[in-house]
Design a protein around this ligand. Sequence first.
Ligand SMILES: NC(=O)c1ccc[n+]([C@@H]2O[C@H](COP(=O)([O-])OP(=O)(O)OC[C@H]3O[C@@H](n4cnc5c(N)ncnc54)[C@H](OP(=O)(O)O)[C@@H]3O)[C@@H](O)[C@H]2O)c1
Length: 263
Amino acid sequence: MKIVVIGGTGLIGSRLVRKLRENGHEAVAASPNSGVNTLTGEGLAEALKGASVVVDVSNSPSWEDAAVMKFFETSTRNLLAYEAAAGVRHHVALSVVGTERLLESGYFRAKMAQENLIKGSSIPYSIIHATQFFEFVKGIADFSTVGNKVFLPPALIRPMAADDVASAVGRIAMGTPVNGTLEIGGPEQFRLDEFVRRGLAARKDPREVVTDPHARYYGVELSERTLVPGDGARLGETRFETWLSQPTGQVQSTNPQPARRAS
Ligand SMILES: NC(=O)c1ccc[n+]([C@@H]2O[C@H](COP(=O)([O-])OP(=O)(O)OC[C@H]3O[C@@H](n4cnc5c(N)ncnc54)[C@H](OP(=O)(O)O)[C@@H]3O)[C@@H](O)[C@H]2O)c1
């Protein structure tokens, strides 16, 4: 089966492509680096020829409000139109648990726009809501830093390893489209401030994490359960301590993270 992974060079995409190939599938890693650009449409028709499934794990290079909205709206419209022309039978997209509760943030408004375009299209689909990746811990800290202190609320979080995200996305991509949203998360629940404190300590990052119930997360005031999935979420296996003790525990998400506190 031919599966095209849009964003196949990224944190999740590169792992997903490797896992699909290990399972005997023809997985194509599509991204600007390989001549496929969903913003312009360049290379899409050729890449999608003969594809049964398209998995979109791309991300916007800029998280500025207008830029990120333009990225997800334009690239999703292009992708869905080229998929319809190529006869693709399953569109899979990776989004974030609680997106609908985080709309104070321009990034999450753009993810919501992406999801709405998918729901309104004629292509059978599965939208996957994942919790925060372990690899994202430094990114969260950078965004919430003022001076040498990191201000974070004690909201609940159920983070997961990028490797477990890729495994779950691969399984869902190989299954029947759900025409709805599935949730995936990690095996353990933490408080956001505690999760980041442990992640920074393991990296010997000297910043102090300050617990502040009113500190914002990417511009959003969180309630206790904003970031956690519901009871039916499929849970990954890798525990945070195990991941921190592995060499991959030092790998970061490449997401751009302005070093300033969200407010
Ligand atoms: N970070 C989290 O904790 C989290 C949690 C849940 C869900 N998610 C979602 O997971 C998804 C993947 O995140 P990630 O961290 O794996 O992303 P990433 O490492 O930043 O990778 C982004 C990918 O998008 C590609 N890309 C950028 N512009 C493109 C374009 N115009 N056309 C085609 N491809 C393009 C990049 O290609 P090049 O390498 O060629 O530039 C790269 O392969 C995102 O949609 C995000 O919303 C993230």
